[in-house]
Design a protein around this ligand. Structure first.
Ligand code: PLP
Length: 374
């Protein structure tokens, strides 16, 4: 069966890794896009497990924020693009959601409609454009915006987002850090010493330990993928929170010279034992993969794991793999791991010319979803 298995224990472990790296900061765990495809309902309990507690969650749309409240998340929710309309701002107030304010219209809604003093919406994440050039106030507009919000009774968290934190040596990192630190200093000196700062996503947490500030905002590392280009998930002691699996539904031997699948893209150099696996791009397995992509077949008899190359084009509902090296016991219904401990989703993403974020987020509704037992 096509199955996505979520491992809450891995998320709790990864959260502990974040806390080890950033022991003095609060953690806004990013659960946008349905918790990077893992399912927000599956992930929230793992973020409140025993000692390893996230202090808040980060979400991109108001709908997702309301869903998290319905699921019983009572702590901070940070809406990272803020309200899109005045009505959304009102709803944010009703549900105690703390919003990013990144441009003038949001500033106006906030000034015209101040929430009660006890409301979590009184905390706003004021977005400073330090070089990503997507959202945020600039050097000229940020300080006046901060002053007006402070005077209206808001508590401020200055925030920005790295454009290249995955590459520690990228020159823009130093510039963004400098701008952010300078601006935070000015705000604290001229408006209030109580203004907080939030700079780092996962890559920033790993690469810039001196600049964690009050809140860190880890996303991908909570799910067990590496956020940086020069270290693997294993190097960082991160555990994959998802296993994506399917099963063998047919076995064949193709003759030397025969092609396989659409476009006959792969041709057998010799007689080859192949297996058909019930997974495809209709489930979220990437269609565009290179010749080195592989899956793991689990031998039903002795539970040995065999890496098997994916051969021929990935279709909507099936892929073909080379099982020449697998003993007979890897037969019909054998389990096939598309990603999990191995191959790691980071590896599959590299074979597909993309990043793990995309593979995780774009899984379809078709696979069966379940929680790992421990
Ligand atoms: C504002 C903001 N903070 C933090 C994150 C988390 O990033 P990552 O998943 O790379 O840790 C994101 C994700 O895109 C984001 O947009």
């Amino acid at each position: 069966m096509r199955t996505i298995t979520i491992k809450p224990a891995a998320i709790t472990h990864n959260l502990a890794q974040v806390k080890k790296l950033a022991p003095k900061s609060k953690v806004l765990a990013m659960v946008k896009a349905n918790a990077y495809g893992h399912g927000v309902a599956a992930v929230l309990p793992a973020l409140q497990n025993g000692e390893q507690q996230a202090d808040g969650i980060g979400i991109a749309t108001l709908m997702e924020a309301l869903e998290a409240r319905q699921l019983g998340w009572h702590k901070t929710i940070g809406l990272i693009e803020g309200a899109f309309t005045k009505d959304e701002w009102q709803l944010a107030i009703q549900h105690d959601i703390s919003c990013v304010i990144h441009h003038e219209p949001q500033l106006i809604w906030a000034l015209e409609n101040t929430p009660p003093a006890t409301s979590a919406t009184r905390v706003v994440w004021l977005k400073y454009n330090t070089g990503m050039n997507r959202l945020g106030f600039n050097d000229q507009t940020l300080i006046p915006a901060a002053k007006r919000l402070h005077e209206a009774g808001y508590q401020l968290i200055l925030t920005t987002h790295f454009a290249n934190a995955d590459d520690q040596n990228h020159p823009l990192n130093t510039i963004q850090i400098q701008r952010f630190n300078d601006m935070l200093h000015i705000l604290r000196e001229t408006i209030s010493s109580d203004i907080k700062g939030s700079l780092c996503n996962s890559a920033g947490i790993v690469n810039f330990p001196e600049h964690h500030h009050d809140w860190v905002r880890p996303g991908i590392m909570l799910y067990g993928s590496t956020p940086v280009i020069d270290k693997s998930a294993h190097d960082l002691d991160l555990q994959p929170a998802m296993e994506f699996s399917a099963q063998i539904i047919a076995l064949q031997t193709v003759n030397a010279g025969d092609g396989i699948g659409y476009g006959s893209r792969w041709t057998a150099a010799q007689n080859t034992k192949t297996a058909l696996v019930s997974i495809g791009y209709g489930d979220g397995y990437p269609r565009v993969i290179d010749n080195n992509a592989y899956v793991l077949v689990i031998d039903a008899k002795n539970y040995q794991r065999y890496p098997c190359a994916v051969i021929g084009r990935v279709a909507m509902d099936m892929i073909v793999i080379d099982v020449s090296a697998v003993p007979e016991s890897a037969a019909l219904n054998s389990k096939v791991i598309l990603w999990g401990d191995a191959p790691h989703v980071d590896e599959v993403a590299a074979h597909a010319g993309t990043i793990s974020y995309e593979l995780l987020c774009r899984l379809s509704a078709r696979p069966n979803r379940k929680m790992a037992e421990s």
